[in-house]
Write a protein that binds this ligand. Structure first.
Ligand code: HEM
Length: 432
């Protein structure tokens, strides 16, 4: 483990989550009855671009490099996190300056401006360079008896497949109609975005196992688990092939992608979750600890989000309700693992340490309220990505969006606690 490298990438990841979280505060409150009037309507779409790109792309993918640097061996290029930082700065500047039109397509919403594209390009290049650096070690470890190391190894293959799929998407898109921009970017990022969710599934499994071992519990190798890891890789491969055989955003392709989510991604995560829960009660004396709470709340949030998807999604706020289940479940697990990595560092003692102990509950409970608020308002037709509440007169929808707003305040406070605690700890040491 290259400890300086790991620490640098963790610092980068925590910073991205902080910036992504500040955009979340802005766009979430722009959707509440009590808050929207205090936020500029014109910034809503830029805010969504900033939130989604910094959170789901840069925070999650930077933390992926942190995990690779801890559990794999590789000759890494140290300049890669400088490239990632440069990318994030360009993206954030283009969001704030509104240098181009904000296009809120799925998976990677964009600012239609070279500044943004250079930024996201630099970041993806930094990620791909790391994937290639750890590829040999990942292939060697694919048959590891340790479920954690196995999941990490599959995440490298799936992560690289996502990058190749992005290049394929660009090539297949070149020479095609680029207007309207929304349709063009929706198609460009559709399959790479889906493959990223399979990557997130592999990461979720790995981080849950890491939290379980941080509780002092062994991670048993179970032969019957292996096929489920290969199922994840197979799902990513089938998604990868779709653009070669049909229009990836056609109705049939979308149905196919949803079945892959429900079966190829949902089942492996579910089976590993059962394996992780077996014997968890043996974590005696740890039940109130940050690690235990992060693990259990992360699972609760993830399965709440997945249950929303299995009950059927309309094109309304049930989609972000589902999304936030999946990705903030993962985020909370990563926060718990960060805590285990930095807690022995100097600094952040006393009050902040006490607050850090309630951080998983604040963030977890807050996100559950955000998800339930978005779900209920969606069930009554609340549209996605819409400023204010002018579309709603139903008191149930207004109440649900208020609950989402209260959850946002709790989750953002939990996020601020996490970023400040781990930030101070990371500043307090040169390496792990
Ligand atoms: C403080 C915590 C967070 C809050 C309050 C929050 C709130 C929101 C809100 C209000 C939206 C817009 C939904 C709409 O108007 O349709 C949104 C979109 C989104 N957020 Fe978050 N978010 C948070 C954390 C995160 C994190 C940590 C991630 C990823 C790691 C994430 C990923 C996304 C994605 C992918 C979308 C786009 C959803 C879509 O396309 O419908 N969020 N978020």
């Amino acid at each position: 483990m290259d400890t300086i490298y790991t620490k640098r990438w963790l610092s980068v990841a925590v910073t991205f989550l902080g910036v992504g979280g500040s955009f979340a505060f802005l766009i979430a409150l722009s959707r509440t009855p009590f808050g929207h009037a205090h936020f500029p309507e014109g910034f809503m779409f830029q805010g969504i671009v900033g939130h989604v790109v910094l959170a789901i792309v840069m925070w999650l993918m930077s933390f992926t490099v942190v995990l690779w640097s801890i559990y794999l061996k590789g000759r890494v290029w140290r300049g890669s996190y400088h490239l990632a930082i440069a990318g994030a700065i360009l993206v954030t500047v283009s969001v704030f300056t509104g240098s181009g039109k904000a296009i809120v397509n799925n998976y990677v919403p964009t600012i239609d401006d070279p500044l943004f594209f250079f930024g996201i390009g630099f970041f993806f290049a930094a990620f791909a360079i790391n994937g290639l650096s750890y590829l040999a070690s990942a292939i060697y470890q694919l048959r590891s008896k340790e479920p954690l190391k196995c999941a990490i190894s599959f995440s490298v293959l799936i992560g690289l497949l996502m990058m190749i799929s992005l290049c394929v998407s660009l090539l297949l898109g070149s020479g095609q109609e680029v207007e309207p921009r929304m349709a063009y970017f929706e198609k460009l990022f559709w399959i790479p975005g889906h493959i990223q969710q399979v990557l997130n599934g592999a990461l979720l499994i790995a981080v849950w196992y890491a939290l379980r071992s941080a509780l002092g519990l062994p991670n048993h190798d179970r032969v019957w688990l292996r096929p489920f890891n290969w199922m994840l890789l197979l799902s990513a491969l089938v998604l990868f092939i779709i653009p070669f055989v049909t229009d990836p955003v056609s109705r049939n392709a979308k149905i196919g992608a949803e079945i892959i989510y429900g079966v190829g991604l949902g089942i492996p995560v579910f089976v590993h979750a059962i394996n992780i829960l077996i014997g968890l009660s043996k974590a005696k004396g740890n039940f109130s600890g940050v690690v235990f709470l992060s693990l259990v709340l992360s699972m609760a949030i993830y399965f709440l989000g997945i249950a929303i998807a299995y009950t059927g999604l309309g094109n309304d706020t049930r989609v972000p309700a589902h999304y936030h289940g999946a990705v903030t479940g993962l985020t909370l697990a990563m926060m718990g693992l960060t805590y285990t990595l930095v807690r022995s560092s100097a600094g952040a003692k006393g009050v902040l340490e006490k607050f850090a102990r309630i951080q998983p509950v604040l963030y977890g409970a807050g996100m559950i309220l955000v998800i339930l608020g978005l779900m209920v308002s969606g069930m009554f037709g609340a549209p996605r990505k819409t400023y204010g509440v002018a579309f709603a007169s139903d008191p149930l929808v207004l109440t649900a969006l208020t609950v989402m707003g209260i959850g946002t305040l709790m989750a953002v406070f939990g996020g601020v606690l996490f970023v400040s605690y781990s930030g101070i700890k990371l500043l307090g040491r040169r390496e792990f």
